[in-house]
Ligand binder design. Structure first.
Ligand code: P5A
Length: 437
């Protein structure tokens, strides 16, 4: 993509009303624009990262055997009246009346709707286990939307729903999602800790939040000092069956504020870290709470009918964009992990009126495009300093810097955004480097 054809409205000044770094950086890098409190437009650069995160979530859900579908954002209130949540959910639920005076709502989550789909079609245990998910916008009329996309009112969530015959099978489905979540966050370059958590308005008594540590996080959390030791996911996966792997992850203490009771905590105070974190996912087993209320019953192998066992599994897709930036930035701007960066490489011509520099840039740009490598070419007629600062701000993992001095000897500069290290490379070597990785 050429920067002259790509809309990135960067800001020179630091936005005053943004309280945390990720929010400031998303505004400065022209990734989002506030539409109203807690509601954002995703501008082209932000949208690219959002889509990459969404795709990683999707791939890991599919790999775990979940099936994607799409439910609407607007739901009829009737189902929520059946489950009892229409009253319970309170002011966070955005209630709408249509022209026929029917009560509708903008979905904050989809337990009722998926149960209605399931109960209409599935009657026998033979169709189980089943896990259905979608990636769809949600609305919660939060009292205090803040920190940009981190606590929005409208936000993108992946929500999956599992259906099983009994408790034992449901725990297996829960564990599968648990592992899928660990893989999902790892692919995004994040270290997420699964923590014992409160189930709140979703319900049930088994629930874990996936939390990444950040001083600016909204949740107070507690975990055992040596939690990160021996947490090599691929080694653990090879060694253990699913239940052992999950048990291994949960063998060291980690709990959110709501679950942590200092009097009952088994860990000595000196071995406990109390800090803050960002909740990037939350999984629940709630048994028959919704299937009983909505009459989603299945016939078992013995011919008896019983309510299906359910769990639900959420990933905060739009929150993750902010969370990743919160976990990965420096004083110059964002430092994207490769897998979720809007582009992989940024190409900067530091002398845009130099014919030879333009030629080299065009050559690198077209050969990277041929190999389908994600590249943003800053071809604007701007000062070198401004372009380089902008590149640092938007934080692509690699920068290729083309200047008149280097190209005299056929070389360009390759800079790694994270480490800041630079290499002078012959143009062909540069092309090869990205061809093979
Ligand atoms: C699980 C899937 C649920 O809603 N029902 C379906 C269950 N869980 S949850 O914990 O309430 O939300 C799941 C994840 O969504 C993100 N999230 C938010 N992101 C941005 N702004 C918000 N206001 C917001 N609220 C929740 C979180 O990442 C959460 O873990």
């Amino acid at each position: 993509m050429r920067r002259t054809n790509f809309f990135i409205p960067t800001l020179r000044d630091t936005p005053k009303d943004a309280q945390i770094e990720s929010h400031r950086l998303m505004l400065r890098a022209g990734m989002i624009q506030q539409a109203s409190a807690g509601i954002y437009s995703w501008l082209p650069l932000g949208f690219r990262s959002l889509k990459k995160i969404e795709q990683i979530v999707r791939e890991e859900q599919n790999a775990a055997g979940a099936q994607e579908l799409l439910m609407p954002t607007l739901q009829a209130a009737d189902l929520w009246k059946e489950s009892g949540r229409y009253e319970d959910y309170g002011k966070e639920l955005l209630r709408i009346t249509d022209r026929h005076d029917r009560d509708m709502l903008y979905g904050p989550t989809n337990e009722e709707q998926i149960t209605e789909i399931f109960r209409s079609h599935v009657k026998s245990y033979k169709a189980l286990p089943m896990n259905l998910y979608h990636i769809q916008w949600k609305f919660r009329d939060e009292v205090r939307p803040r920190f940009g996309v981190m606590r929005g009112r409208e936000f993108l969530m992946k929500d999956a729903y599992s259906f099983d015959l009994n408790y034992r099978d449901a725990v297996h489905s829960y564990n599968k999602m648990f592992l899928a979540y660990l893989k999902t966050y790892e692919r995004m370059g994040l270290k997420a800790i699964p923590m014992m958590a409160d189930s709140g308005p979703i319900g049930g008594d088994m629930s874990h939040e996936f939390v990444i540590l950040a001083e600016t996080g909204e949740s107070a959390v507690f975990y055992q000092r040596d939690w990160f030791e021996d947490k090599n996911l691929s080694a653990l996966e090879e060694a253990a069956n699913l239940q052992n792997l999950v048990d291994g992850y949960l063998s060291k203490y980690a709990a959110t504020d709501e679950k942590h009771d200092p009097l009952k905590c088994p860990i000595d105070e000196k071995d406990l870290i109390s800090t803050r974190g960002i909740e990037v996912g939350h999984i629940f087993y709630f048994g028959t709470k919704y299937s009983e209320a909505l009459g989603a019953k299945i016939t078992g192998p013995d011919g008896d009918e019983a309510p299906v066992h359910m769990g639900s599994y959420g990933v905060g897709v739009s929150r993750l964009v902010g969370a990743i930036i919160e976990a990965s930035h420096d004083e110059k701007g964002i430092v994207w992990p490769e897998a979720v960066s809007p582009f992989r490489v940024g190409l900067v011509n530091i002398k845009s009126d130099d014919k030879k520099c333009v030629e080299v840039c065009e050559d690198v740009y077209s050969s990277f495009n041929e190999t389908k490598l994600d590249i943003l070419y800053d071809d604007r007629d701007e000062r070198a300093g401004a372009k380089l600062n902008d590149m640092d701000l938007i934080g692509l993992p690699w920068q290729v810097i083309v200047g008149p001095r280097g190209i005299k000897s056929g070389r360009v500069e390759l800079k790694n955004r994270r480490s800041g290290t630079t290499e002078d490379l012959p143009i062909e070597t540069l092309k090869q480097r990205f061809l093979t990785t």
